[in-house]
Design a protein around this ligand. Sequence first.
Ligand SMILES: *C/C=C(C)/C=C/C=C(C)/C=C/C1=C(C)CCCC1(C)C
Length: 241
Amino acid sequence: MTNIMLFPSLVAKLLPTDYVAFTFFVGCMAMMAASAFFFLSLNQFDRKWRTSVLVSGLITFIAAVHYFYMRDYWATFQESPTFFRYVDWILTVPLMCVEFYLILKVAGAKQGLLWKMIIYSIIMLVTGYFGEAVDPANAWIWGLVSGIAYFAIVYEIWLGEASKLAAAAGGDVLASHKILCWFVLVGWAIYPLGYMLGTDGWYTGILGKGNVDIAYNIADAINKIGFGLVIYTLALKSQKD
Ligand SMILES: *C/C=C(C)/C=C/C=C(C)/C=C/C1=C(C)CCCC1(C)C
């Protein structure tokens, strides 16, 4: 028996040209570093803001754990880890809705608003999962339903109840809410683009095919860490004045 069989490696070999693996690897480290940063900063905030920053840390921490699994899955099978991807999202996207709710509480946000946004995000993600993993032959229909739920979230924060609460809160809360709105409109739009690169539909003739994981990994880094930093900055500022 050779050494290789006696001592099987615990680390899959990564080719220098495997850019997907590279983004999974960097994703692990970035999410882990961001979590450490948010958690270790908690002590400097008073109770009102501590929960918001804690949730920022939980979002990147949940992602970090999933990235370890996804990196491993990719390295082993060279296949998109769709299942882990969607488990990650179904936990972290509702937590991002919680962030909106928490910062708007000063203006009297009700739990009904939070639940409405969570339900939209669950519809968005469950239909997206069906399109990618369960019924890919109809990917564009599932994607369309998912896109409608996505726009319901966009509407809610840009023009709906959440935007009115932000306007009522004013000051730093309004400014931060606006930045988060841009994250959802532009940063989140990378996901449906990745979906269209990864699935077959009428759009394939226009966009061609691409690697869905590179798009999702870049989007996750921007959205989860960026979102958290906006909350962190808001907490710092509000505490000063
Ligand atoms: C941290 C993870 C985040 C912020 C994930 C967000 C995911 C989306 C906004 C996904 C949206 C999709 C569509 C709008 C249509 C196609 C299917 C999805 C699920 C990729």
